[in-house]
Design a protein around this ligand. Sequence first.
Ligand code: PRX
Length: 683
Amino acid sequence: MNSIYVGQNATNVLFRSLFQRLRLKSFRKVQTRSLFLSELVPSQHKLSFVTRDHEEIYKKSIQEPGKFWGELALSKLQWITPFTKTMDCEMSKGQHKWFMDGVLNVSENCLDRHVQRTPDNIALIWEKDEPGTHETVSYRELLKMTCQLSNTLKNHGIKKGDRVCLYLPNSPLAVVSMLACSRIGAAHSVVFAGFSADALASRIMDAGAETVITADQGLRGGKTINLKQMVDEAVSKCSGVKRVFVMSRTGADVPMGKIDIPLEKAMSEESNECIPEPMNSEDMLFLLYTSGSTGKPKGIQHSQAGYLLYANLTFKHVFGYEPGDIFSCVADIGWITGHSYVVYGPLSNGATSVLFESIPTYPDPGRYWEMVERLKINIFYGAPTAIRLLLKYGNDWVEKYDRSSLKVLGTVGEPINAEAWYWYNDIVGEKRCTVVDTWWQTETGGVFLAPRPGPDNSMPKPEFATRPFFGVEPVLLDSNGKELVGNNVSGNLCIRGSVPGLARTVYGDHQRFLETYYTTFPGYYFTGDGALRDEDGHYRITGRVDDVINISGHRLGTAEIEDALDYHPDVAESAVVGFPHEIKGEGIYAYVTLKEGAVIKLEDLVLQLKNLVKKEIGSFAVPEIIQVASGLPKTRSGKIMRRILRKVAANDFHDLGDVSTLAEPSVVKDIVDEHKKLMHSKS
Ligand code: PRX
């Protein structure tokens, strides 16, 4: 069994939670509008689940998952052929099969059915990087563009089952690309446009993508990013790529080679109609690469119907979405949050989704709130790292804009500390909005834990994602796999039973899927996070319990960064850990040891190592601190004791644990001394 530990002291956390609750009682909490839970129940089935009580519905969803999800799938999704078999799931095999013999098309669910009823409703508001500018796209227009691109792809030979790699800025054509793939049955693999050419190349190759869709350039915070140039560099390493479609974002004159096709021109020559490909519920909808504690990033594979249903329902019920609301998730479509809550959740509900291309501080720290005022946003969903950054700039940037349209404020991607939570709640939300701290993962497809806005008993609490969504049964296990029952316990967060939104496999490597998620704690899905359950039965995420770090909400495996550092000819070995960072949540701290005889100036080494990580992964993965160590603390069997390295990186030298089991206990003192010297030189 892997060694699992929970990185927080439960007593501390409980104490803090009590204190926060006392504080909470002091505010006037105006509940948002009632959420009609009975809407969760299709009218023809009302008899079975009709109730407004969250707890009662929750219980039924756990006791009778087949019935619960089956009824919802029939009423919420449009089927070409409805399913007759609801579920066939076996946790020990990592097998999740839902709505098995059903046939549907995801883009039809996101577009055609709304175009039939309300074609002129706005589907997307593209908040462009250029401050104060936005463009709208109606459902009718979005369908037309999607069909044109679907036909373009088909005419270039792309067919059902193919993988298409997207490397694009947040823009309507990026959403159109995702929907066009789903319309013709190809799987998209969106790669965040902050990844380097090398990282892009490895993802293209792993997916076996023959087609890439990119843009001439991207714009972020007024800076141009040469996307096409990155793709050229990546594609030069991938002999399997046959075509690259290039969208015009800035109109820059980029070199076009033999395999490059101007996207808009190709689309303009195609028909506005394209019959959606009938897809089986369990066919692959998309791949999204994510980092784990070992090896290269894995292509998390999501399904058609299960994923869509889960994104659809969580969008509506976690955020309390009501028709007419303007929903703004400021995540990039390159991450799962963008997939589920910029694209599939909102569009399958016929909602208006804001597509944010910029950054929170451009042209100034009022960017989000000026946008909220101008677009009259009702639900805002962002990352704790941005909230922490903005609160440093003071309240004036928020208060100068009218935020009366806001009703729900969401956060995701990393723990939100109490200071940021209160600022979000008190200043941004004027204590009248509901803050929903949503916990989930690339693998879960949609929100698994969150307080739900509405007149039920889940009062949002700072730092708590509170309770499970319908159908999700969290359990806490100790490191021996024993279930921790009752409240006031903390352990490894696992999920019992299947949920339609869960990933189906790792692309091309089901064994890796099994080993990563289903073997540490047999019979459960292991999330890789630790959590605490308080006296109310509410969950607080205490952080990753594996070697994954979360930098500004970007998930990175320490092994990936170590691999990049190890490319340096003078580096013998490296170990990367996270350390507490005021804005980013965690910062990256790298320890490297050098090969014998290595002669290199420290400044040159540090610069070269940073450049290596930038080249191999991307700028966001560059270590903030690099310490050249004389040795690494290892057990006699050679395992690096990261616990010690994490403590030193966090300037916490007390209680470094029993070092006598180390192969060379003296290494610890050296590391501490070197660290202190390094910190001194930086201050
Ligand atoms: O550690 C948890 C953290 O982000 C991880 C998942 O990262 P990713 O797959 O990139 O998806 C991020 C967006 C869904 C989790 O294992 N995480 C996510 N949400 C929260 C969180 N940690 C604490 N609180 C959250 N609300």
